[in-house]
Design a protein around this ligand. Structure first.
Ligand code: PAF
Length: 285
């Protein structure tokens, strides 16, 4: 695995790979990798000749007061994991190279970024869309893989790619879970052992919504209430939202009669966790 730190270096490598006729797959990350990231890497490897992973803790997607400074970082461990996973290039740009002084251009996906996490993290998706657009221009991939755990992010990126005519295929990767169902996330590292146990209620609650749907319930408000009741049954857990939306557009729906996402954001011991489940679809997208 080759480590690349300069934007010009990354662009030069991608130009060479393209001349050689190689299909480039890309997995953007903020590091502190877990099995969820590695499953995205495996997907990119299946579909492409060369795989690039980036590690960049992107300051513009953190809202003031959030955890940018203390976001977990372990470059050495990440390098070992990615090397073992067969990644070809690891791209780790410096903040000053991505956002040099005088920087003033942003990408904003206006509608899909609204609601859900957008309500609680104003400016977050603008930061995500901006850095992903920039990383796409640095890595020049044919295909990029994004996890479904960050479902709104996935749809923001898909919308941006379509609207800005990026010639890049966006591939979703299914959420990887621990044995008790908790979705893998770098931020799980913030949880105390006790809160880590409590956090399993997130997936249990989503599953209750799904089971209710599978037993014939179609009213979004009732499915939503089922999930909320389950979350509220555990002390020390609060939620920012539980919402039921169209899984393609994130539009609000009242009756579930198409692929639909039940999405939630919860606070467990002061740590914000998100999760979701898709109902009403035959197989993963
Ligand atoms: O999902 C993430 O880790 C980040 O939001 C991403 C896509 C790498 C952009 O910084």
């Amino acid at each position: 695995m080759e480590l690349v730190r300069k934007v010009s270096g990354m662009q030069g490598i991608s130009d060479r790979l393209m001349k050689e006729g190689k299909k480039i797959g890309f997995v953007p990350t903020m590091g502190y990798l877990h099995e969820g990231h590695l499953s995205l890497v495996r997907k990119a490897k299946e579909l492409c000749d060369s795989v690039v992973v980036s590690i960049f803790v992107n300051p513009t997607q953190f809202v003031p007061g959030e955890d940018y400074e203390r976001y977990p970082r372990d470059e050495e461990r990440d390098r070992v994991l990615l090397d073992a996973a067969g990644v070809d290039f690891l791209f780790i740009p410096e903040v000053m190279e991505v956002y040099p002084s005088g920087y003033q251009t942003y990408a904003e996906v206006t509608e899909v970024s609204k609601g859900l996490c957008g309500n609680f993290r104003p400016g977050h998706f603008r930061g995500v869309a901006t850095v992903v657009a920039k990383l796409f221009n640095m890595v020049k991939p044919h295909l990029a893989v994004f996890g479904e755990k960050d479902f709104q992010q996935l749809l923001v990126i898909k919308r941006m790619v379509e609207d800005l005519n990026f010639d890049i295929e966006i591939i979703p990767g299914v959420t990887v879970r621990e044995e008790d169902g908790i979705a893998m996330s770098s931020r799980n590292a913030y949880l105390s052992p006790e809160d880590r146990k409590k956090a399993a209620v997130l997936y249990r609650s989503l599953m209750k919504g799904k089971e209710s749907f599978e037993s014939g319930e179609r009213h979004a408000s009732i499915l939503c209430r089922t999930v909320k009741d389950s979350l509220e049954s555990v002390s020390g857990i609060s939620f920012q939202y539980v919402e039921i939306r169209d899984a393609g557009t994130l539009e609000k729906i009242e009756v579930v009669n198409r692929p639909t996402v039940i999405a939630l954001a919860s606070i467990v011991g002061g740590v914000r966790l998100i999760d979701n489940i898709i109902i009403g679809r035959e197989k993963p997208f």
